[in-house]
Design a protein around this ligand. Structure first.
Ligand code: SF4
Length: 694
């Protein structure tokens, strides 16, 4: 239901959904939000918003909200509503018990990209100080952790290189494994605007996404590769660039490590990387790969944008480095219109990584083994810190099942729905002695929780989010927290109850501490954010108003580093039992596990997850459009409704993951990226058959 009427006041804030990070005005009558209007002054959106953002308030006051803390002795037992004092005291006593009984390494935390920078900073601080361990990880583990790794290795900074406006100066856009129309709608509109002006588009995706062929926009090339063959494809493109003399030699000589480039050039020139040698692997005709490589390499400005179709693979990090190699080889780095641009899925993926939510990195991507960094934080936080990386999320699950990991604090994440191989995740949850879930709703993970701490939506608190272009934007309190406290206040209460003092009066004080301790944030403050509207980090003495384009004069690491990217086939392959490859993605009206969008007025447009398959695969199996189909993989099985679609290629099927119970992650496997453990959501061998309505 769309609320109408004249607003009495409005509060400028930031959308809590995708990584575009649109600035929105929440319009209110009294204490009631009646509309969300896009902010014309928004640096990321310039007055635009998509259907998700325009409906972004409904879930905040939904009847499903839990606003009273609850505890229970057993996950099979009933919940008991308790006071905040009792909930915090009980949680602290349980974590202290586990610390004493099993050691500090038996407990840990998971932060959320849906929470603010200040909140994720506090959770990792709580974990490293009061818990006494580096066992803290973020949900970015399961989406863009390969981006952080790959871009740091090659360019020196774990972030995208450009601002969104940069796309308006691109002449050729290479879009890999991303569907901005559904996942990043406002940026997609900007991209379409540029394409209508004449820029050329190359799409690399197993599925014919909307941008391949829509009114007024048609891709010059659709490289319809098979899932899991990204690295073979990027190597083939690089091979063409090297073998046809399309390398920007001046750029490479001036800006990149000579020895690493020479090794890479020899590696990539090998005939095994030629398009003709790899077309049987990728499924893309060699002449298409050659033409696409020439188009990108000869563009005045060539820009690469990519999404989870790049990262969520067993070679996710390798592919990110392959993309960076491509941009460096063609000199497409360091000015508007070019660059390597990850499209982050969630509103604060970039921020949760920046804030030190990784088990091996303190805020600002500094390794826990670095003595100088550790001393800086030890001095500021007043406790010794471990120099050993902690457990990643999948390691936490494994350790829980093995019996060495006992207690977990999860803020704002539904790991039971969002993480792969659901059976393994739920077994881990069941093995924990104390699972604390802090969330708006009793989500799938809360089914295994011993303590439920009510969370606050983005409308109920102050803070900041950092979007995919490193833009830090304020969120502002629009209404009082329904559960009394903002999430950062709850974390602070827990720290105090555990004996580690925290006394922040406002999130701005947390940001001041972040700025003091993090060189790329030295110039960030709420006062400056209010003055400028938003700031793209690095923001410091050298760049007091932020940095839209990175790596301009030199790379953050000094010289850019080419890295060899050998293609290794996924372990997940089709066979007689599982003859189809499943890949996953989003739809426009829903956001991730759907906890928020399923509880807003836009839900009705996509009331269930569906399985898209090619007409030939459907015919082989006697499946008609709308039939129920059983989906089996070696990990598990589920039932979905079929949609027959020419967007698919034969042998490849596709589903979304927005509804609990439809079970995309019941069938995804434990395979993950070799460097970061990012799950291989995008490649699962399955069988599909028609079934009766479940
Ligand atoms: Fe903008 Fe993304 Fe929110 Fe849509 S969902 S309004 S594109 S931030």
């Amino acid at each position: 239901v769309i609320a109408l009427g004249q607003p009495q006041r409005s509060v400028t804030t930031t959308c809590a959904y995708c990584g575009v990070g649109c600035s929105l005005k929440a319009e209110l009558q009294g204490e009631k939000v009646i509309r969300m209007e896009p902010d014309t002054a928004g640096g990321a959106n310039h007055g635009h918003a998509c259907v998700k953002g325009r409906f972004a308030w409904g879930y905040a006051t939904h009847a499903d909200r839990i606003t009273t803390p609850m505890i229970r002795k057993s996950i099979r037992g009933p919940w008991r509503e308790v006071s905040w004092e009792e909930a915090i005291a009980y949680t602290a006593s349980e974590f202290k018990r586990l610390q004493t009984q099993y050691g500090a390494e038996s407990i840990g935390s998971i932060t959320s990209s849906r929470c603010t920078n200040e909140e994720t900073y506090l959770v990792q601080k709580l974990t490293r100080t009061a818990f006494g361990t580096n066992n803290v990880d973020t949900c970015a583990r399961v989406c863009h952790s390969p981006t952080g790794y790959g871009l740091k290795q090659t360019l020196g900074e774990s972030a995208g290189t450009q601002d969104f406006d940069s796309v308006m100066e691109a002449d050729v856009i290479l879009l890999i494994g991303a569907n901005p129309t559904d996942g990043h709608p406002v940026f997609a509109s900007r991209m379409k605007q540029r394409l209508r002006q004449g820029a050329k588009l190359i799409v690399a995706d197993p599925r014919a996404i909307d941008l391949v062929d829509t009114p007024h926009v048609r891709a010059a090339h659709h490289l319809k590769l098979l899932p899991g063959t990204n690295v073979a494809l990027v190597n083939a493109l690089a091979h063409v660039i090297v073998s046809e003399g399309l390398v920007d030699e001046a750029f490479v000589a001036g800006r990149c490590e000579a020895e690493a480039f020479a090794k890479w050039k020899t590696f990539i020139a090998d005939p095994r990387h030629a398009p003709e040698a790899t077309e049987a692997v990728t499924g893309v005709p060699a002449k298409e790969m050659r033409a696409a490589a020439r188009l990108y390499a000869t563009a005045r400005n060539g820009a690469i944008y990519y999404g989870l179709g790049v990262t969520e693979h067993s070679q996710g990090s390798t592919m990110v480095m392959g993309i960076a190699n491509l941009a460096m080889a063609t000199g497409n780095i360091g000015r508007p219109g070019v660059g390597v641009n990850p499209l982050r899925g969630q509103n604060n993926v970039q921020g949760s990584c920046d804030m030190g939510s990784f088990p091996h990195e303190l805020p600002g991507y500094r390794h826990v083994s670095d003595d100088l960094t550790r001393k800086l934080f030890e001095s500021a936080w007043g406790v010794p810190l471990s120099n050993e990386p902690g457990l990643r999320i999948p390691n936490m699950f494994d350790a829980a099942i093995a019996g060495s990991f006992k207690g977990l604090y999860v803020q704002g994440e539904d790991i039971a729905q969002s993480d792969p191989d659901t059976q393994h995740v739920t077994a881990a949850m069941e093995a924990l002695e104390c699972l604390v879930v802090q969330d708006l709703f009793l989500n799938e993970t809360a089914k295994f929780a011993h303590v439920f701490l009510p969370g606050a939506s983005f409308l109920e608190k102050d803070g900041t989010f950092t979007n995919a272009e490193r833009r830090i934007s304020r969120i502002r309190k629009v209404m009082r927290p329904l559960a009394t406290y903002a999430d950062w206040e709850v974390t602070q209460m827990l720290a105090n109850a555990l004996g580690y003092p925290m006394h922040y009066a406002h999130p701005s004080e947390i940001m001041d501490e972040i700025a003091r301790l993090t060189p790329t944030f030295h110039g960030v403050s709420y006062a400056r954010l209010d003055r400028l509207g938003s700031i793209q980090w690095p923001c410091n003495e050298a760049h007091p108003e932020g940095t839209p384009t990175m790596h301009v004069e030199e790379f953050v690491r000094g010289k850019g580093r080419f890295i060899l990217t050998e293609y290794v086939a996924s372990e997940e392959r089709v066979n007689r039992r599982f003859p189809l490859l499943l890949t996953t993605g989003r739809i426009l009206s829903q956001y991730n596990v759907g906890a928020q969008t399923r509880r807003t007025a836009n839900t009705v447009w996509h009331p269930e997850d569906i399985l898209e398959l090619h007409p030939a695969d459907a015919e082989d199996r006697g499946i008609r459009d709308g039939d129920w189909v059983g989906v089996q993989s070696r990990a598990g099985e589920t039932v979905l409704r079929a949609k027959i679609s020419e967007r698919m290629q034969p042998g490849v099927v596709y589903t979304t993951f927005h509804w609990p119970g439809s079970g995309a992650n019941v069938v995804t496997t434990e395979n993950s990226d070799w460097a970061t453990n990012c799950p291989e959501y995008k490649v699962t061998a399955i069988q599909v058959s028609r079934v009766e309505q479940p």
